[in-house]
Design a binder for this molecule. Structure first.
Ligand SMILES: [Zn+2]
Length: 306
C-alpha cells in the first residue's frame, strides 16, 4: 500500500524494469558456459552452486528432494549433476521464495512431474507479474504458467520425512519477501536459509513486495532458536557458513537496524540517512551498502510513517 506519509520521504524512482533474461544478462550469466559445483555435506546431502541461488539436494532411497531450482536454463545441468551423484528424477522441489534466481527452474520441473512446494505467499506471487526493484536495476518477473505453480503449500511450518531426514520447513513472517522458507534437515544438521541469509554481502530486502528489515532479523532469530551450534548453514548466495557466522550476521543487522530506526523515526529522509554513514564499521565486512540502505529504509519508513 502506498500512503501519503511515504511520499513525504524522498526515494529515487525505481529503474525501468528489464525482462528476466535481460536481468540475467546484466548479471553476466551464461547458461552454456556455466558449471555446477558440488559440495558434499554427508547423509546424502549436497550443495549445488550454479547460476543463481544455492541448491541443496537430498539424494537417497526415497528419491530426490531439492531446495531451490535456479533457472530453467540451468535445469539440464542440475539434473545431470544429480544423476552423477546417484539421484534420479527430482521428486520434490521446495523453493525458498518466488524470486526468479531461486524458483524459475519450476518452469522445467513442474511440467516434468516434480512436486513443487513453497510457502503459500510465494505461490500467490508466482501467479502474477511483479517488479523486483534492486535499486541499481529492476526486473519484471512475469507470472508463471500454472504448471510452474507450487502444488503443495504451507503457512507457518511443514515437515517431510524423506531419505532418513526429518525436514522442517519454517516461516516466520515477511522477511526478504513475504513468502520465505527456511529448510532444516534435522539429522544431517543442515539448514537452507534462502535469501534471508546472504553470505556475499548485505542482504537484499524486497521492500516493494512486502519484505522488511525488521522481519528479516526476526526470521533469522526464529531460525536460530531451532538449530544448534553445529548446524551447517547454506545461504541463498555465497559459501556455506557456521551457526556462529549466521548469528553474527543477524546481530550485525540488528545493530544497523537500531541505528536506521532512530534516524527514520526522527523523520530523516533517505539522502540524509545515507550521508550519516551509519554502516561504516560494517562495510569492510559486507561491502557496498547502496541497495541495502535504500531498501531497509524503505521498509522502516512504512513502519514509522504508515
Ligand atoms: Zn531473493
Amino acid at each position: 500500500m502506498i500512503s501519503s506519509g511515504v511520499q513525504a520521504h524522498s526515494a529515487p524512482n525505481a529503474p525501468k524494469a528489464m525482462t528476466v533474461p535481460e536481468g540475467m544478462a546484466a548479471f553476466g550469466w551464461d547458461f552454456d558456459s556455466a558449471d555446477v559445483k558440488v559440495q558434499e555435506l554427508g547423509d546424502g546431502l549436497f550443495v549445488l552452486f550454479g547460476l543463481g541461488g544455492n541448491i541443496v539436494a537430498s539424494i537417497g532411497p526415497d528419491g530426490t528432494f531439492i531446495v531451490d531450482d535456479q533457472s530453467e536454463g540451468m535445469i539440464p545441468k542440475v539434473v545431470e549433476t544429480i544423476g552423477d551423484l546417484g539421484g534420479d528424477d527430482v521428486d520434490f522441489a521446495v523453493t525458498t521464495h518466488w524470486h526468479f534466481d531461486h524458483a524459475e527452474g519450476n518452469l522445467a520441473l513442474g511440467p516434468a512431474g516434480t512436486w513443487l512446494v513453497a510457502h503459500e505467499n510465494s505461490r500467490e506471487m508466482m501467479k502474477e507479474n511483479h517488479v523486483v526493484n534492486m535499486v541499481g536495476l529492476a526486473v519484471l518477473q512475469e507470472a508463471y504458467p500454472e504448471s510452474a505453480w507450487p502444488d503443495i503449500t504451507f503457512d507457518s511450518s511443514m515437515r517431510f520425512h524423506i531419505n532418513g531426514q526429518t525436514v522442517d520447513l519454517m516461516h516466520f513472517g515477511p522477511a526478504h519477501t513475504t513468502g520465505d522458507t527456511a529448510v532444516y534437515f534435522r539429522e544431517a544438521n543442515v539448514l537452507h536459509m534462502g535469501d534471508v541469509f546472504n553470505n556475499t554481502g548485505y542482504p537484499f530486502i524486497d521492500a516493494d513486495n512486502g519484505g522488511t528489515l525488521d522481519g528479516l532479523i526476526a526470521f533469522c532469530e526464529g531460525v536460530l532458536t531451532a538449530i544448534n551450534e553445529d548446524t551447517i548453514v547454506v545461504p541463498g548466495h555465497g559459501s556455506t557458513a557456521s551457526t556462529a557466522e549466521f548469528a553474527r550476521y543477524t546481530r550485525d543487522l540488528a545493530t544497523i537496524r537500531d541505528r536506521l530506526t532512530e534516524q527514520v523515526s526522527n523523520g530523516l529522509d533517505l539522502d540524509e540517512i545515507i550521508a550519516a554513514k551509519l554502516t561504516s564499521d560494517f562495510d569492510e565486512t559486507y561491502g557496498d551498502n547502496t541497495m541495502f540502505i535504500n531498501r531497509a529504509v524503505k521498509s522502516l519508513t512504512y513502519r514509522y510513517h504508515p
